[in-house]
Design a protein around this ligand. Structure first.
Ligand code: ATP
Length: 236
């Protein structure tokens, strides 16, 4: 469904993503892991069109989307849940969902189906986003991305800064999506969490893919080794 080929991305002179190639198949959950600064967020933002690719190509269902603006990628089915949630703080939960749904693709997601899937949000639907807990905001942010009826959902650091109980509830939301067959690329610092939900693990190191393996075929130690440059690509 999604194919990233030899993609570079830069921040000024700093090359954050170096020749990354990655394939995400329909219904697959890919965990993108790696140390701070490995380039995970930059790669995800480049796929979403929030950051320009300096080289390489990104295709969705065979269509080259590398040069498209972010909103055009949303219209084709690429949705990003950004790090830090980035909700409209003065809008309610429902209004945050509705804003995203205005130019949605056709599909199953609506305010009703999001609230059905994430029942924790139902009693909060008229509450301002600024007054929600971190976990509630994260669930709203995921719901907002779903409102665009994405083909692939890109999730950046969904558990960052959340209390463990909030992380549990966010992962309960993700379990609903995964059970429903949603295609997901998940950037996650918590390796245990990432490996528990992923079909495939891709570990980045200094902008490159250091390891890529089916989640069931790789141990935590092997992935941790790749974090620190101790494993070679394809060795797991
Ligand atoms: P983290 O978990 O810390 O977010 P990451 O793996 O997501 O790490 P990126 O955030 O993509 O990594 O950062 C990759 C590199 O690009 C790092 O060296 C980082 O300092 C740099 N970088 C990221 N964002 C910017 C920016 N806006 N301006 C300049 N450099 C940046």
């Amino acid at each position: 469904m999604l194919q990233v080929s030899h993609v570079d991305a830069k921040h000024g002179l700093l090359q954050a993503v170096r020749g990354v190639s990655l394939v995400v198949r329909e219904g697959e959950v890919v965990a993108l892991v790696g140390a701070n600064g490995a380039g995970k967020s930059t790669l995800l933002r480049t796929i979403a069109g929030a950051h320009p690719a300096a080289a390489g190509t990104i295709t969705l269902n065979g269509k080259d989307i590398t040069g498209l603006a972010a909103h055009r990628r949303v219209a084709l089915g690429v949705a990003l849940v950004p790090e830090g949630r980035k909700l409209f703080p003065d809008l309610t939960v429902e209004e945050n969902l509705l804003v995203a749904g205005r130019r949605a693709r056709k599909g199953p997601w609506s305010v009703k189906t999001v609230l059905d899937a994430f029942p924790m949000l139902e009693p909060l639907r008229h509450k301002r986003a600024a007054n929600l807990s971190g976990g509630q905001q994260q669930a709203t942010s995921i719901g907002r991305a779903l409102m665009t009826n994405p083909q692939v959902l890109l999730l950046d650091e969904v558990s960052l800064g959340l209390a463990p109980v909030a992380v549990d509830s966010v992962y309960e939301c993700l379990a609903v999506l995964i059970d429903g067959g949603t295609t997901i690329v998940l950037v996650e610092q918590d390796l245990g969490r990432a490996m528990s939900v992923a079909d495939r693990v891709v570990c980045m190191l200094e902008g490159r893919v250091a390891l890529e393996a089916a989640a069931g075929m790789v141990t935590r130690d092997q992935v941790t080794g790749a974090y620190f440059g101790l494993a070679r690509k394809g060795s797991a």
